[in-house]
Design a protein around this ligand. Structure first.
Ligand code: HEC
Length: 203
């Protein structure tokens, strides 16, 4: 009897080993499933690095365009460049900007974005401090949100019409974005937010 049990232990161990290999092989084919179990801090770090890099390149390109071609030309450039930026990462994750008061109607917030933007606005009013970044998980994706705060250099295109925004700039904005809502901001205001979607199928 003892001998019988011993002889049957081997196939059991082999089966268990094969099952383990299969489980790991499955993970290797679908690494996103393994990765999606990572804690929020991983997505916070990735999100923060991606937005910092994107913001830097957007800001530098914008400054260069303003210096070389002037504000009116920079508006056209900013428009094209923003669209290009959102596409360049589309195979791994999707990055976009949105705002309650948006300029490009493509940047209009969806229902999830709207609730996060409203939360950030309330947080800023209640605590009188900058709202933090956050992660929201749903069935399809992991969402990273980071507030975008108005700086001095943004005023010439998002400040007060007739004061910081010149008449010619206002006319150019109006021509490209007839239903523009992204004006009358002050330095330090919540301008909008970054939204990175880490898609389950893409990771
Ligand atoms: C030269 C003019 C110009 C300057 C300066 C500028 N922007 Fe914009 N901004 C635009 C235009 C044009 C768009 C619309 C881009 C598009 O079509 O996607 C835009 C869009 C945005 C959006 C996306 C949401 C929306 O309203 O459509 C955010 C957020 C934003 N700008 C923030 C900023 C911040 C922050 C700064 C300063 C660091 C800044 N902008 C400086 C012209 C400008």
């Amino acid at each position: 009897m003892k001998h019988f049990i011993k002889r049957n232990k081997l196939p059991c161990t082999v089966i268990a080993a094969i099952m383990l290999v299969l489980v790991f092989a499955g993970c290797a084919q679908r690494p996103h499933e393994a990765k999606l179990s990572m804690p929020d801090s991983v997505y916070m770090k990735a999100g923060s690095e991606i937005t910092a890099k994107t913001f830097d390149s957007l800001r530098n390109s914008l400054l260069k365009a303003i210096n070389e071609k002037g504000i009116e030309e920079a508006i056209t450039f900013c428009n094209l460049n923003a669209a290009l930026l959102t596409q360049s990462y589309a195979d791994t994750f999707f990055i976009k900007r949105t705002a309650l008061h948006y300029r490009n109607t493509n940047n209009q917030p969806d229902s999830l974005e709207l609730s996060v933007l409203e939360d950030m606005t309330t947080e800023m009013q209640m605590k009188e401090m900058l709202p933090g970044s956050r992660i929201v998980r749903d069935r399809e994706a992991i969402h990273y949100f980071k507030p975008i705060i108005m700086q001095g250099m943004c005023l010439s295109c998002h400040g007060k019409r007739g004061e910081q925004i010149s008449a010619t700039t206002a006319a150019q904005i109006n021509r490209l974005y007839p239903s523009d809502k992204a004006v009358n901001f002050r330095e330090g205001d919540l301008r909008g937010m970054w939204h990175i979607i880490f898609k389950k199928t893409a990771l």
